[in-house]
Ligand binder design. Structure first.
Ligand code: ADP
Length: 264
């Protein structure tokens, strides 16, 4: 029995239906455009390191390097570009897991300090390379966080990685956390190049960069903040940014605070 047809009772209902169909068509075409843009962006992002790898390998095979030193330089570029490709593929996999709703979240209680320390350990070489000072202002009494520990570590890692990449040599990065209204607020502040106000609303979009060439040189994939936002959204939190050009940026996000079951 196919009795689920839309019954039109009046002219008014017909116009409501026409309006809904138009709206749906418009939304579908927007989604299709986004999908096509995404595929074009991915192809472009994959092509540029591949072209560079191919070029330097060809040069090495044809013995175009003048000396040993140049040869090593070519190989180092190939190595860097391979790392960038691998980061890009990992970021894309993570994004596609979010899109297809197959990302598994393992939710538990954990202290914020431990994931901050782990993220800083993974970024030690970059921090030392730029002679940056990190100030950690996390109270010992901060309640535990509640969420997927590895994913929140990734949020902190991505924000710190940006703070490092967009800071100048010898700068300072501040990691601050507090608890407010049963939520935990984490802030990561840098005193680096900052973001122009007109770009601020778009920085969370996939592949959006203020300066494409500079971001690539600095090893960015253009997906770091999109992943941050996706993870924080999935945890029911919020992301925020305040930034001033040439002065620095403050990225913050909220997290659920762990509430021990009160015994009755
Ligand atoms: P990318 O891999 O290019 O860093 P992200 O998604 O992490 O991509 O960030 C998007 C863009 O936002 C960056 O290209 C950069 O222009 C800007 N941005 C992000 N974090 C900072 C920061 N701490 N300081 C200045 N600009 C930043």
């Amino acid at each position: 029995k196919f009795d689920q047809r839309v019954e039109i009772k009046s002219k008014d209902e017909l116009s409501v239906l026409a309006f809904s169909i138009n709206h749906m068509t418009q939304r579908l075409s927007e989604l299709d455009k986004m999908r096509r843009n995404f595929v074009a962006n991915v192809s472009h992002e994959l092509r540029s390191p591949l072209t560079s790898i191919q070029g330097y390998i060809d040069a090495l095979i044809q013995r175009k390097a003048k000396n040993r030193h140049d040869e090593t330089k070519y190989l180092q570029i190939v190595q860097q570009e391979t790392h960038r490709l691998s980061r890009l593929v990992n970021d894309l996999l993570e994004i596609s897991r979010f899109d297809s709703q197959t990302a598994l979240f393992v939710v538990d209680e954990f202290p914020l300090r431990s994931i901050v320390d782990r993220a800083l350990t993974s970024l030690k070489i970059q921090l030392e390379g730029k002679h940056l000072t990190v100030k950690i202002d996390i109270p010992q009494t901060l309640p535990f966080c509640y969420g997927d520990e590895d994913r929140i570590e990734q949020v902190i890692y991505n924000l710190l990685d940006n703070a490092i990449r967009y800071s100048s040599h010898g700068g300072t990065i501040i990691i601050f956390a507090t608890s407010l209204n049963e939520k935990i607020i984490v802030e990561i502040t840098d005193f680096g190049q900052g973001i122009p106000p007109q770009d601020l609303p778009f920085i969370w979009d996939r592949f959006y960069r203020v300066d494409k060439a500079r971001s690539r040189i600095k090893g960015g994939t253009g997906l770091g903040l999109a992943i941050v936002k996706e993870i924080v959204d999935k945890h029911g939190g919020q992301v925020m940014v305040e930034s001033r050009l040439e002065e620095g940026s403050k990225f913050s996000f909220t997290l659920k605070q762990f509430k021990p079951e009160t015994e009755t």
